[in-house]
Design a protein around this ligand. Structure first.
Ligand SMILES: [Zn+2]
Length: 170
């Protein structure tokens, strides 16, 4: 997929994101039953969250929300893929899904990282964490400037570690 047209970045669409979810599910989560309706969409421009998963009270529908800034082609595709796979791990573990809950807490004991490894996605984790540590904060700031109010106070410089810690709250 071309990421530029006449020099203008072409943003990823929800249609593209839905196809990505289906591909990851087929290739890496094929044994996880899709027991309700699962939809995925680009959502808000969170500063400290890349994705979330939640389910309606009736359990009929699961909704995966991906940070809207990941629409931008400057964000490597593997960041979108691993964020999506991260949420699918939660689904498999019974968080945001009707499946039996397998852990007390969704992130206890690095269960998501271990699940990604087990499902053949472990090779992406280091590059993913490096991109978040090295690029996310500056990318976020460059993007939100488009939406900032004139009176917005100057941003306090943050350490790389703090940026990484914040962005890992996904
Ligand atoms: Zn998570």
């Amino acid at each position: 997929m071309s990421s530029e047209r006449n020099g203008v970045a072409v943003l990823r669409t929800n249609h593209w994101l839905t196809a990505l979810l289906d591909r990851i599910w087929n290739d890496h989560f094929w044994d996880v039953a899709r027991v309700n309706e699962v939809t995925i969409e680009f959502s808000r421009h969170w500063k400290t969250r890349l994705g979330l998963i939640r389910m309606t009270e009736s359990q009929a529908r699961t909704y995966i929300a991906i940070n809207g800034l990941l629409r931008h082609p400057e964000v490597p595709e593997f960041v979108v893929s691993l964020t999506t796979a991260h949420e699918l791990c939660h689904y498999a573990h019974g968080f945001g899904s009707p499946l039996p809950r397998r852990y007390h807490h969704p992130h206890a004991g690095n269960v998501v990282g271990k699940e990604l490894e087990r499902r053949g996605l472990g090779h992406l984790i280091e590059a993913y964490e490096n991109w978040i540590a090295e690029c996310w904060h500056d990318f976020y700031e460059s993007q939100v400037q488009h939406f900032a109010l004139p009176q917005r106070p100057p941003t306090v410089a943050r350490s790389r570690a703090a940026a990484a810690a914040a962005a890992s709250l996904r």
